[in-house]
Every structure is written in C-alpha cells, then in structure tokens.
Design a protein around this ligand. Structure first.
Ligand code: NAD
Length: 341
C-alpha cells in the first residue's frame, strides 16, 4: 500500500520531511503547502513537488511570482491519507480542526503541546503506542535526542534520575534577524525548563530535570548530561558499547578523530555528503562518557533542523499501521544513509 502524504508548512522541518517522504518506496508526497512564494517555493516546484497555498489571501502573490499553485491547503489535505503539520508553534493545533473535519490523520511537531495528539512519539522508544492513532506528536529536537539516549541507558542500567543542561542554538541558520549575537541568555531562568517534563511524555518512568540557555550559534544544541542509575554501576566501556549499538546515535571521538566541537560535527556531515549537511543522529562524544559512582556523565550534540526527520517518516508508518517499528526504522535509515546498527 502506498500512503499519500501532505506536508503542511514548508520550511526548516517541512522541507526535510518532504524530501525524506519522497525517498520512501511505500509513500507518495502529494504536495507541500506554503504561505509565501519565495525561493523555497520555487525550488519545490523545480524538484517536481506540487505547491499549495496555505491560505486564499496568498494566491495573488504566487501568481505574480509566476509560481504555479496546485490549490490550497484544504485541497492538499483532502487528496492525502496523512498530513505532516510542520507549521510554527500553535498553528498546528489550530489546523487540527481542518484535519478532523476532512477525516485525515495528522502528525504534529514538538512546538505543539502533548495534548494536541495525546501521543508523543520517538520511534525507537514508543513506536507501538502510535499504531492506528489519528493524531501523533513528534517531540522536539532536544526531546528526541534525550529520549534516544536515555531509553538506551535505561534498558541496560535502569535510570533513577537524569539531569541535563542544554545550550540551545539561538536561531536556525537563515534567521538573520534573531539573536543573541553576543550574550548567553538563560532561557528560561526558572528550573526545570520544559525539556525534562517533555521527555516524560515519552519515557514516564524516571524524573528528568533540565536547565536551558540560548547561545549565539545556529547549527546545533549541546547537552551536558548526568544520568543516575539504580542497577549495578556500569563501566565507561559498557555505556559506550550500549550507546554504540543503539539506532540513531552516532558516537564521535575527540582524541581519535579530532571532533572537538559542534562545528566539527557539521563538517563531518558535509564530508559524509549528507543532504543539507543533515545530522539525523544524536551525537555523543565517546571520550566524554565517564561513570563516577552511580552517575554517568557525557556530552551530546543535536542538529535541531534534522533530528526529527526520521521520526516523522516512522510516525507515518505507525499511524497507518503499515510496518513494524524494526522494519520502519530500517527502511527510513537506509533511505537517509543513517548507519545501520
Ligand atoms: P518554520 O517557521 O521554519 O516553518 C514553518 C512554515 O510554515 C513557514 O514557512 C510558515 O510560513 C508556514 N506556515 C505558517 N502557517 C501556515 C499555514 N497555516 N499553512 C501552511 N504553512 C504555514 O518552523 P519550523 O522550524 O520548521 O518548525 C515547525 C515545527 O517543528 C514547530 O512546531 C517547531 O517547534 C518544530 N521543530 C522545529 C525545530 C527547529 O529547529 N526549527 C526542530 C524540531 C521541531
């Protein structure tokens, strides 16, 4: 069976998910919906994607820009089985009424609250909870990365508590009007930040306490983790071994490979020839992993633009019940050149 997929909202996340969907043998990208006729709309047309206008007021601007429209968002949704809603925070929950009225399944993003769908999703943690659901929320980039590593550690060493400090990229690369340029902004000042509680929407069995700040960079988030375990204290090597065998976690080394910064990680993605230099994996520094007593310490980098791409593809298969978790993750990873584990 081929699943017909609509991508509503075509920028940072929507563009990546549209490209990933178009690579899947069991999916058809029906089209993408966009508000403005900019270079991204033009490039979508050049790729052969049908472009729909997000609202009727925008039609004239597309016509004047010479970008052909296949219709409006409603038409796109009507012609599809599943909608990927990749619109900005809070627009997704407003769009839900349209999806419901047209009887379509939809996948929302991490900018929406858990309640928008009632099921928050990270494929390797809780794929089965999304099977046959009408609505699913793929959690944010930081939450996705935390869920992947914490689920893996919990499976082998039983977590009692996790603490994380997140240095967040201040803006995405094309957001030239956003700051800070020369400051570290505590965001939020209050503790915990929303990230820890958000992990609990997927992994409810241990507390996750998070603190967050914005730093003047555009390419990656950097997490400093301290994870307490209640099983037998593992060795550094056992933790590294477990993480290295877990899907969608990439281990990098500072001493062996000279990867000492997020800039090196992004450069590695260029070297690997990844589309848009995307790093779909949670990136853990192998030589940062240190066990002291019952606490595991390590650093992790998260490519905010890319990490949720495979999760959206798997969420489509879960809500249409068209593949098992293992098969879906394998198919998605192969299509995106993510190394098999
Ligand atoms: P974005 O603002 O870059 O892109 C959203 C696009 O949707 C824009 O082009 C906007 O014009 C368009 N849009 C707005 N209203 C629309 C409508 N009614 N119909 C069709 N299109 C509409 O947002 P993004 O960064 O891609 O984020 C999308 C979602 O993914 C948010 O929930 C966000 O929190 C989440 N997310 C973002 C990131 C990230 O790093 N950017 C990472 C993970 C998750």
């Amino acid at each position: 069976m081929t699943t017909r997929v609509a991508v509503n909202g075509y920028n940072v996340i929507g563009r990546r998910v549209a490209d990933a969907v178009s690579l899947q043998p069991d999916m058809e990208l029906v089209g993408v919906a966009k508000m403005k006729p900019d270079y991204k709309a033009r490039s979508a047309v050049e790729k052969g994607y049908r472009v729909y206008c997000g609202d009727e007021k925008g039609e004239k601007a597309f016509r004047e820009a010479g970008i052909p429209l296949a219709g409006f968002s409603k038409d796109l949704v009507s012609q599809s089985d599943v909608v990927i809603d990749a619109t900005p925070e809070d627009i997704g929950s407003a769009n839900k009424r349209m999806y419901e009225s047209l009887g379509k399944k939809a996948i929302f993003q991490g900018g929406e609250e858990h309640d928008v769908a009632g099921t928050s999703f990270v494929a390797q943690c809780n794929y089965d909870s999304a099977i046959n659901k009408d609505f699913v929320r793929v959690v944010s980039c930081n939450t996705t990365a935390l869920c992947r590593v914490l689920h893996s550690i919990d499976e082998s060493f039983q977590i009692s508590k996790a603490n994380v400090v997140i240095a967040r990229r201040a803006a995405d690369p094309d957001e030239s009007s956003k700051g800070p340029i020369d400051a570290v902004v505590l965001d939020p000042v209050s503790i915990p930040s929303h990230h820890g509680p958000d992990v609990n929407t997927v992994l409810p069995n241990f507390p996750v306490i998070s603190m967050a700040m914005k730093i003047p960079t555009t390419h990656m988030h950097l997490h400093s983790l301290i994870v307490s375990v209640k099983g037998t204290n593992p060795t550094d090597a056992q933790v590294v071994d477990k993480l290295s065998k877990t899907p969608r976690i990439m281990l990098v080394a500072s001493k062996k490979d000279g990867i000492k910064s997020t800039a090196n990680v992004m450069d590695l993605a260029r070297e690997l020839g990844r589309p848009r230099n995307d790093v779909f994996e949670a990136v853990v520094w192998r030589d940062s992993v240190k066990v002291i007593g019952s606490e595991i310490y390590f650093f992790m980098a998260v490519h905010q633009e890319a990490i949720v791409t495979p999760e959206n593809v798997d969420a489509i298969r879960a809500i249409t019940n068209s593949a098992s978790a293992t098969d879906s993750i394998r198919m998605t990873d192969k299509s995106l050149s993510i190394l098999a584990k």
